[in-house]
Design a protein around this ligand. Structure first.
Ligand code: TYM
Length: 328
């Protein structure tokens, strides 16, 4: 059975982009693969969250994973920092990762621009920790959005380099995938770029209907279709989101109106809000009942930790032996 692993940083709340890029398709496939889902709390330290917020963030994402439909019995759902084997593998992989290739990653260059006052070494080695997350379970497939493609490429480089250097076949070369579909980039509501946690341009999985309506109604648009001109990015983004949450007839209806030049963006936005609300309501309702259930969350985290450590331990034994560690 192939191993699938999906990770989400413990920053803020999950948004529709996280869900559609890395979760939805896998929720349905939990019995067909050996699935791991985890909360990347160590990765979130690169942006220095306040200690008072740290645990609450992890807890919230755990509850949101469950609300999205992850079954903690069928899959392994865990918190990254509960599995120290990952940090050991991270250290070992750092010895075969070159600073030049890390400095060239787009995400590192973006971060330099975003947080010039905090360019810590953890940011530089972020892809190495991510490779450790993936390789610790010898994963074959990694559900990610388009933004993580380069990290997956580096993971394959490290896996190959390790196997070559130590003349072994410990690691498979994992691929990014989204179940036969293209990797997706869910756009934000601000007219350009992707929906992101730090950009403040997204709809959260557990957002209440009133706030969803407000955000969608104030999404960026243009001054109307111009015959012969291609659709502008803000409008095309609204159509992309609509196509992800609405029935095909609805999308077709608005596309026809757009083509005829009779579309009213207010109507498009109203429809989009209602479809997003319909799409998210079951998740939000599950979340509200799960997040207050501390006993349940504690049990899920403990079960996940045990299952994840068992798998991680087995890989680390192979890795340590390949590198040449021996007990006296
Ligand atoms: P993060 O927390 O930013 O996002 C989690 C997942 O959601 C996907 N995603 C999107 N997909 C489509 N459209 C969007 N607008 C969008 N925004 C986010 C991301 O591609 C990702 O799959 N470095 C990772 C976390 C991580 C990880 C891992 C992922 C750490 N270790 C190992 C996979 C495997 C991150 O910051 O994702």
């Amino acid at each position: 059975m192939e191993t699938v692993l999906s990770g989400i940083r413990s920053t803020g709340n999950l948004h529709i982009g996280n869900y559609l890029g890395a979760l939805r398709n896998f929720v349905r496939m939990q019995h067909d693969y050996r699935c791991f889902f985890f909360i990347a709390d160590l990765h979130s330290l690169t942006t220095h969250p306040h200690p008072d917020d740290f645990h609450g963030n992890v807890r919230r994402i755990l509850a949101q994973y469950l609300a999205a439909g992850i079954d903690p019995e069928a899959s392994t759902l865990y918190v990254q920092s509960d599995v120290p084997e990952i940090t050991e593998l991270y250290l070992l992989l750092n010895m075969i990762a070159y600073t030049g290739e890390l400095e060239r990653t787009t995400t590192f260059k973006d971060k330099i621009r975003l947080q010039p006052g905090n360019i810590n070494a953890g940011l530089l080695t972020y892809p190495v920790l991510m490779a450790a997350d993936i390789l610790i379970h010898r994963s074959h497939k990694v559900p990610v959005g388009k933004d993580q493609e380069q990290h997956l490429e580096l993971t394959r480089v490290f896996a190959r380099r390790f196997n070559n250097l130590y003349q072994c076949e410990v690691f498979p070369e994992p691929v990014a995938f989204n179940f036969g579909e293209e990797l997706i980039k869910v756009p934000g509501l601000d007219g350009s770029g992707k929906m992101g946690k730090s950009e403040g341009n997204g709809i959260y999985l557990v957002e209440d209907p009133k706030s969803i309506r407000k955000k969608v109604m104030s999404a960026v648009t243009d001054s109307g279709p111009v015959p012969g001109q291609p659709m502008s990015e803000p409008i095309s983004n609204l159509f992309t989101i609509l196509s992800l949450v609405a029935a095909p007839e609805t999308v077709r209806f608005f596309e026809e109106q757009y083509a005829a030049g009779t579309i009213r963006y207010g109507d498009l936005k109203k429809q989009l809000s209602e479809d997003i609300i319909g799409f998210l309501t079951p998740i939000r309702e599950r979340y509200l009942s799960i997040e207050s259930d501390s006993d349940y969350l504690r049990k899920v985290a403990a079960l996940g930790k045990d299952k994840a450590r068992e798998s991680a331990r087995a890989t680390l034994d192979l890795v340590r032996s390949a590198v040449g560690f021996k007990s006296f």
